[in-house]
Ligand binder design. Sequence first.
Ligand code: OOG
Ligand code: MG
Length: 268
Amino acid sequence: MNSIDLTLSREDIVRLCERVEGAQRRAYAIPKLTDEYPQMTIADGYAVQSELRRRYLAQGHKLVGWKAGLTSRAKMRQMGVDVPSIGFLTDRMACPENSEVSIATLVHPRVECEVAFVIAKDLKGPGCKAQDVLAATDYILPALEIIDSRFSDFKFDLPSVIADNGSSARFVGGGRARYVDELDLRTLGAVLEKNGEIVALGASAAVMGHPAEAIAMLVNILAELGETLPAGSFVMSGGITEAIAVQPGDCVIARFQELGSVSIRFTE
Ligand code: OOG
Ligand code: MG
């Protein structure tokens, strides 16, 4: 990120990072960060997110991958923003297929279905293209992301949501892994069911025309942060449909054409 766009001091970055970390760990809502720092930029948001990543890794969490967010029209419209973003994923966020997630550990949990990539060869920006991503992909699998915006009343803006690591909270991979050349990644249908009823549906082209475009964008943002995407990374390309709120007792299943299904259950 261009350091020219940074308006926060190192002290501000650490303060905001501690505020976000507290909200994530103890599951309470905080005001959007721009209430206090109205001039905050996207670069400031990533500075807070990078500090958060540094702190979690220092506490022993492992970086397992990344996610692209706000990559579909449905998500942009729902959240009122028009620029995609990225966030990091750690081992502590991973949930086994069909396991239980306690709602008490989250603030505003919502679920979305995504196409995930497992990367076989290191990828590096700038200038990364969708073809580069496809050539470096080991396999594709379906995923559910449980996002959790920590901001009061869901009020937020792009710098705040980036600082909050793109609302990352939990993710579930599952279904049937497939090689890229077995699929047409633009036309995969996905249906999200909650308690047996269809609550959202879409096709993978909703994600920037092709989900590999979202991964290329992510690699190029990583380059701006001075990072690369290493082989072995698990990467989510962004919600295909809008995110759906969940409550204790809900069971959610994402059913994908060609990729099988992934499910998760919510308890108190
Ligand atoms: C931001 C997270 C966006 C996606 O897939 O678009 C995201 C939010 O909606 O709180 O994960
Ligand atoms: Mg997502």
